[in-house]
Design a binder for this molecule. Structure first.
Ligand SMILES: Cc1cc2nc3c(=O)[nH]c(=O)nc-3n(C[C@H](O)[C@H](O)[C@H](O)COP(=O)(O)OP(=O)(O)OC[C@H]3O[C@@H](n4cnc5c(N)ncnc54)[C@H](O)[C@@H]3O)c2cc1C
Length: 245
């Protein structure tokens, strides 16, 4: 969506943005400011069926998909164009982390970290988009500050022992959660993405914390600060879950 706006500002005519999901996978802010404000159509549940042209792109055929992403016959539409821009999602680049041998989270594509953003390798920290894809850079800056404080504690020999930390586990309603274990020395901020869009959502962390939200979308990371008592009284892993319509 951002690139659709950028191309428009640079003089291109953007005919459409196609999204295979039945809801926008990016921020609502970007739907409004990048597409609506520039009259660029957003075709949900659509994908590219065919690219036409030999020496260069001459047209693209879009097709609607069902809930299993199978093309719906008869919904093909040919769009004359000279460029097709593919946006295939951001994936944290973690060759260094993997080579260093830190534990990885298959949901985020990044390292497993504590609430100080320390990986399972003492003295190695991970934050920002290499840890998990963030919505805005302000979140990245905030994570960087916490990681810097963690590095200070590690250098001073005051980092809590990892074996005493409380594991945080998402259930099947949660797309991802960071951090993966918390020291329970301080209140901890959890960064959560739900798996599907929800209305009137209740988020629960362990047995002692809940937060109600009017809606939640996978594209918008939820930041929630949970009191340390919730982790201290858990006596085992703390499960993060949510329910809603
Ligand atoms: C198209 C687009 C538009 C966006 N628009 C906005 C916006 O309007 N507002 C907003 O708040 N956020 C926006 N974001 C999100 C924001 O850019 C990111 O959240 C933020 O840049 C992440 O910061 P970072 O430092 O974690 O990673 P990055 O900014 O990606 O920085 C990582 C740096 O590490 C370097 N690097 C990688 N590997 C190595 C290596 N092996 N050795 C040395 N260096 C290495 C990379 O070259 C890069 O410079 C946008 C993101 C995208 C993709």
């Amino acid at each position: 969506m951002i690139m659709a706006r950028r191309l428009t500002l640079e003089g291109a005519q953007v005919k459409a943005v196609a999204e295979v999901l039945p809801y926008p996978s990016g921020l609502v802010r970007n739907v409004v400011q990048c597409l609506h404000d520039f009259n660029i159509p957003l075709l949900l549940s659509h994908t590219v069926a065919e690219v036409h042209g030999d020496r260069r792109v001459e047209a693209v055929t879009l097709v609607r998909v069902d809930e299993r992403w199978n093309p719906v016959q008869g919904t093909e539409q040919r769009i004359e164009c000279d460029t097709l821009l593919l946006s295939v999602g951001l994936i944290p680049e973690n060759e260094l982390s993997k080579a260093a041998g830190v534990a990885m989270d298959s949901r985020t594509g990044g390292a497993c970290v504590s609430d100080f953003f320390e990986t399972t390798l003492p003295g190695v920290f991970s934050c920002g988009n290499v840890l998990h894809v963030n919505d805005v850079v302000d979140n990245v800056s905030s994570e960087g500050e916490t990681a810097a404080h963690g590095a200070y504690l590690r250098l001073k020999g005051r980092m809590p022992d990892r074996t005493s930390m409380v594991p945080i586990e998402p259930d099947e309603t949660i797309g991802q959660v960071v951090p993966h274990h918390v020291s329970a020395q301080n209140d901890a901020t959890l960064h959560i993405r739900v798996k599907r869009p929800m209305k009137k959502m209740t988020l629960r962390v362990g047995d002692g914390f809940e937060k109600k939200l009017p809606f939640a979308r996978p594209s918008e990371m939820i930041w929630v600060t949970v009191p340390k008592e919730v982790f201290r009284s858990a006596g085992g892993p703390v499960v993060v879950r949510c329910e809603g319509r």
